[in-house]
Design a protein around this ligand. Structure first.
Ligand code: GAP
Length: 455
């Protein structure tokens, strides 16, 4: 949806600093960087993957694992071209494009400022803009060795259709009663005319989507239920309530399949923009696939002894937009102990590293051995697929704290000589946000961190 507020002065500096931190510390790199990049693509490094996996795991937990009415999926990215004809994407998944007759740059017509639009003037070189035409955003390809029309396929522009075409398989394999949903996480591709704002609008991205099938009479209650669930998920990943807004998309701006859409918007550093969408897709997709494939995609309600095509409520989440919201919200510059520092105030639920372990000094055999032993204990406890634990013995303790602050590690644990000398002696646990240090008996360390990390 295109309800977007304007960029405010000075906010681009925050973006620049955050992008530079993301690169320097191994979160996110420009795609194909050594070849000069490929517009609209980004590569996630080790910390970025861990952060992204935490987001995906929290989503899967809330919407699939913790529910009894949801069926997980992982459908193929490439689909029979008829699926995209039926869904309306071949005919209508396009954005308005204008090209400058002088410099040949291309722009999305609906994103030009008023002056450029009215005067048909290129915002880059001042040349004349050509006529507006529709540009289909699907990436087209051919499947197999032949390049004829029958071999055409597309990289999916949404994960949704992979679920609609499997509706009958889920019914036949699991015999679910309405209401029930299908959910999946996966890549989607759109040949965006103007990718921009780091990982906000890219050509390759990940979606987390649910197609939730209901009796048409229940759609309103289900829609309200998912409004609450989307809000709850933004809290799961640590986004503050006051920065997430709901926007009722007006009738004349709805997508071709939707009767009602609420966009969830976030206050990014470059303005208020769409984070997620929640749409009432009616029976549009199941009916369209039924008509095109000739396969009956209706549902038989045993109790009512009635057959009908279910309606669909679709919450759709962008993984990368979540990562960007989380990172930009967490990015902080402050002063601690008289020194400037940069840190990420990440919620423990998404932080890629949950805790770091330091021996006070290096090259002291007994001290490093004890620190490594504690590190292994914490790894077992906290590095289970949702982030890691780091060990660091390089440089001063102050420098090690700063390095962890920059990547958003909530707690650092320092082992000193006391810890090895006396049984039950404390380690020092330092809090990222306040810099305060607490002496915690070694035997209580795991339970202390578990409580702090909310696990
Ligand atoms: N199945 C419905 C659908 O795809 P959408 O509003 O076009 O709806 C859903 O996309 C979500 O996917 C968006 O709210 C956003 O989070 C994410 N998304 C869409 N286009 C994107 C892009 N070019 N780059 C990054 N994320 C994108």
């Amino acid at each position: 949806m295109k309800h977007e507020s304007k960029k405010k002065e000075g906010e681009s500096a925050v973006m620049e600093n955050m992008i530079s931190l993301a690169k320097r510390r191994g979160f996110i790199f420009q795609g194909s960087e050594i070849y000069g990049g490929l517009a609209g693509t980004w590569d996630y490094g080790p910390l970025g993957v861990a952060l992204k996996n935490n987001v995906k795991n929290l989503w899967w937990k809330r919407f699939v694992a913790d529910r009894e009415d949801m069926y997980g999926m992982d459908a193929a990215i490439l689909m029979n071209q008829n699926a995209w004809k039926a869904s309306g994407h071949v005919a209508g998944f396009s954005d308005p494009l204008v090209e400058c007759e002088k410099c040949k740059r291309r722009f999305r017509a609906d994103q030009l400022d008023a002056e450029a639009r009215e005067k048909r003037k290129c915002p880059e070189c001042g040349g004349k803009l050509g006529a507006e035409k529709q540009f289909n955003m699907m990436f087209k390809t051919h499947v197999g060795a032949s390049e004829d029309a029958a071999a055409v396929s597309y990289l999916r522009p949404e994960t949704a259709q992979g679920m609609f075409v499997n509706f009958k398989n889920i019914i036949d394999a699991f015999h679910p009663k309405l209401p029930f949903g299908m959910a999946q996480i996966g890549k989607a591709f759109r040949n965006e005319i103007a990718p921009r704002d780091f990982i906000f609008r890219t050509r390759e991205f990940e979606q987390m989507e649910i197609e939730y099938f209901v009796d048409p009479k229940d759609w309103k209650d289900t829609f309200e239920h998912f409004i609450r669930e989307v809000r709850a998920f933004t809290a799961d990943v640590g986004l503050p309530k006051e920065k997430v807004h709901e926007y009722e998309v007006p009738g004349d701006s709805l997508a071709h399949y939707s009767k009602r859409t609420v966009d969830f918007e976030f206050d990014y550093p470059f303005g208020k923009k769409e984070l997620y969408g929640l749409a009432y897709r009616t029976d549009f997709d199941l009916k369209a696939h039924s008509a095109t494939s000739g396969v009956d995609l209706s549902y038989y309600d045993e109790e009512a002894k009635a057959r009908f095509v279910p309606h669909v409520i679709e919450p759709s989440f962008g993984v990368d937009r979540t990562v960007l919201a989380v990172l930009s919200e967490a990015y902080r510059e402050d002063e601690l102990g008289g020194e400037k520092r940069v840190y990420l105030k990440l919620a423990p639920s998404v932080a890629p590293i949950k805790a770091a372990v330091f021996p006070l000094l290096k090259n002291k055999d007994a001290l490093t051995a004890k620190a490594r032993e504690i590190y292994q204990v914490l790894r077992k406890e906290f590095a289970k697929g949702s982030g890691g634990v780091e060990y660091d013995e390089v440089g001063s303790i102050g420098k090690r704290y700063r390095r962890q602050d920059e990547i958003g590690t909530p707690y650092c644990v320092t082992i000193d000589f006391d810890t090895i000398e006396k049984d039950g002696s404390p380690v020092t646990v330092r809090d990222r946000d306040t810099g305060t240090q607490e002496a915690i008996p070694l035997k209580d360390l795991v339970s202390f961190l578990s409580q702090k990390l909310n696990r």
